[in-house]
Design a protein around this ligand. Structure first.
Ligand SMILES: Cc1cc2nc3c(=O)[nH]c(=O)nc-3n(C[C@H](O)[C@H](O)[C@H](O)COP(=O)(O)OP(=O)(O)OC[C@H]3O[C@@H](n4cnc5c(N)ncnc54)[C@H](O)[C@@H]3O)c2cc1C
Length: 433
């Protein structure tokens, strides 16, 4: 059996930050990290498209993160919207800076080790009983020890335990939600989990993915629930075979929620996405513009150089459908709409409206594999926000995405990982129990 002061399950962003903060706060503590994957920080190396959007200047504790990153030799620069990246723009270098610091501080790193269960010796039964009642398990004489058992058969004993094994998003990087069961074993509540910062899939009878896939366009995307707009994002939207993707869409995916008692299908049907493909113009201006273009451009595609030709087809088909509906026709053969034919004023008006509000019913998200973050997690009510320590079990800490926090794109999720990791590591290093 390996014995430590602090054992950290998960060698990702928050786990590495916790280990470093612990050793910096108290160089005497013996710290171990158990990491499922063959190397530390696999997900961190993939962040920000390999560039690592490491934090954001808008975060309240940005200065602390910046100081911490500098203390381990990470030099950064700020880009648009407060997004901060390593100056080199290389996520791999961020990982290697962390690993070098961990080695310098003497952290014991066990890679390829999957933690499968956690228990307390001497007072394990007591702990689970008290956990159930929500009462904090304070071992008065400080004799309890956490036992973390690995799939390999290795056991790590520690006075403090930091669970930093991430959520369920992108399991290809090792995060398959293992920590929730451990948390529940200590009486913790796990709030509803959902994959977020993910692509949004659209109803295939409305959305022609084969036509639109590969197109990217700068626009405004709004999320509508039960006919009411609940969120809006401006940015580049990417069209895929199944729906839409890109940062704006990722941010909207955070607002897709299923109510209690609803199936995924029922819940999602209440949502739609409305794309405004000319966000800088009002409908009236677009109508005038299109009338003018028709006069001057003649047979040239009405929407060419405004939007992609394939997207124009989708918009004009939508306009044709609306036009026929308003003139009382029962059905429309979408494929027969000729986009370069001269058209009447009603059709121009319908085209302008379709450009401003191209709407599709939502069917879901790309799921856990495509998601960059987990919504929901260990209830923050049960955690001391200043230290990350469990209010139910002394010496037990949580850090990172396993907690009930999810932020938008822009460096906010890594910021959460750094801050919660640092707080947990520092506190665990103090021998107060
Ligand atoms: C493709 C992608 C890009 C992203 N880009 C950004 C970005 O640019 N900016 C940003 O702010 N956020 C980004 N995120 C989100 C961010 O990476 C996460 O929120 C953050 O890494 C969470 O940190 P964590 O320490 O909680 O978990 P992770 O960094 O996921 O680390 C958890 C670690 O625990 C290990 N583990 C899991 N179970 C066990 C077990 N049973 N035993 C041992 N080890 C275990 C895992 O292998 C993993 O290494 C991105 C996410 C993805 C998937």
């Amino acid at each position: 059996m390996n014995t430590y002061d602090i054992c950290i399950i998960g060698g990702g962003a928050s786990g590495m930050a916790a280990a470093i903060a612990a050793s910096m706060a108290n160089p005497e503590v013996r710290v171990a990290i158990a990491e499922k994957k063959g190397t530390l920080g696999k997900k961190l190396a993939a962040t920000g498209n390999g560039r690592c959007n490491i934090t954001n200047t808008d975060c309240s504790e940005y200065a602390k993160t910046e100081a911490f990153l500098r203390s381990i030799g990470i030099f950064t620069r700020e880009e648009a919207e407060g997004r901060v990246y390593p100056y080199s723009g290389q996520a791999e270098q961020v990982v290697s800076a962390f690993v070098s610091k961990l080695n310098e501080l003497g952290t014991d790193i066990f890679c390829g080790e999957t933690a499968v269960s956690v228990s307390l010796i001497a007072s394990a039964a007591d702990a689970s009983e008290k956990g159930k009642t929500g009462e904090k398990n304070n071992n008065v004489n400080g004799q309890f020890v956490f036992l973390t058992e690995m799939l390999s058969g290795r056991t790590i004993a520690s006075k403090k335990l930091i669970i930093a094994c991430g959520g369920k998003a992108s399991p290809q990087y090792g995060t398959s939600g293992d920590g929730y069961a451990c948390a529940k074993a200590f009486g913790h509540t796990v709030t509803r989990l959902a994959p977020v910062l993910a692509p949004i899939t659209l109803e295939s009878s409305e959305y022609d993915g084969r036509l639109l896939k590969g197109i990217r366009t700068r626009c405004t995307a709004a999320l509508i629930k039960d006919g009411r707009q609940i969120a809006e994002e401006r940015g580049e939207v990417q069209f895929t075979e199944e729906g839409v993707s890109g940062i704006a869409v990722f941010n909207l995916s955070r607002f897709l929620k299923i109510e209690d008692g609803e199936t995924l299908k029922e819940g999602m049907k209440r949502y739609s996405i409305a794309l405004d493909l000319m966000p800088d113009y009002e409908v009236g201006s677009i109508i005038r513009l299109l009338i003018e273009r028709q006069k001057t451009a003649g047979s040239v595609n009405l929407l060419r150089t405004i939007i992609d030709d394939r997207l124009a087809k989708a918009v004009l088909e939508r306009a044709a459908a609306a036009n026929l509906k308003s003139t009382g026709a029962k059905a429309v053969n979408m494929k027969t709409v000729n986009i370069s034919e001269p058209c009447d004023i009603e059709y121009i008006e319908d085209t302008a409206r379709a450009l401003k509000c191209l709407t599709y019913t939502v069917t879901g998200t790309g799921g856990w594999k495509a998601a960059q973050c987990t919504a929901g997690g260990i209830s923050l009510d049960e955690i001391d926000e200043n230290t990350g320590e469990s209010k139910l079990q002394s010496g037990l800490y949580f850090a990172g995405e396993i907690l009930d926090y999810d932020g938008p794109c822009g460096g906010f999720n890594l910021q959460n990982a750094w801050m919660t990791g640092i707080k947990a590591g520092k506190d665990a290093a103090l021998d107060k129990h």
